[in-house]
Design a protein around this ligand. Sequence first.
Ligand code: Z5A
Length: 220
Amino acid sequence: MTAVDTRGCFLSLEGVEGVGKTTNLKYIVEYLSEHGITVVQTREPGGTLSGERIRDLLLDPTVDLLDDTELLLMFASRAELVKKTIQPALARGDWVVSDRFTDASFAYQGGGRQLGFQRVAALESWVLGTFKPDTTLFLDLPVQQGLDRLSERPGKDRIELESTAFFDRVRVAYHQRIAEQPERFRIIDASLPLSDVQQSIKAVLDEVIRQHPLTTRHAN
Ligand code: Z5A
């Protein structure tokens, strides 16, 4: 008898600041739920009690952290989230949608902080083995446009205080990741009006739903 894979599906959402991840995460969760899929929504850094405390430390603009410390804390939060939340949910057949995952460490710490991909990959291998999202939606937008969208928001966190050059390196690093693993990424043009962005996201979700027909569904 052939073994059937009833594991759920893991989606991540990535992009530079202000691309619309939070806005579209809500849309994704609603769309999947309407299709009878049980969805666990989470975010990085954070997503667990300990991870949210690590997040507070990481984003606190009054805290000075070494770049290595920042990278290690991202992976400390990730270890908690994967073992305690993501993997158990997938094992139940639920879907998981995460606002950022390991690609953000490659982009922000590997690219933005210039720690390089090799060091991030070493931690990824140690903490996660080969575990990665099934599909990653990359919301792409020129850096300045994303920063402009956030200009009305009061206060900046520790990472948002970085320079435009930092965020340019982040975006370049994301594109390097996409070039390395094109089969996993779906690029969404986030400069379009929100309704068009969500049409593109819907097309990706329909494709992913077709690829995971065995996932347990709840009755609506
Ligand atoms: N980080 C890291 O360094 N390393 C890691 O490994 C991980 C993370 C996992 C977490 O912040 C920080 O941690 C982040 C990366 C770093 N760095 N920073 N800074 P976060 O992910 O929680 O927050 P963020 O990345 O800064 O996201 P954001 O600022 O909240 O933006 P967003 O979620 O992408 O956008 P939004 O809030 O949905 O939308 C922004 C505005 O644009 C809002 O007014 C919307 O109404 C508007 N919007 C959205 N879509 C559109 C369209 N299509 N047209 C026009 N306006 C739009």
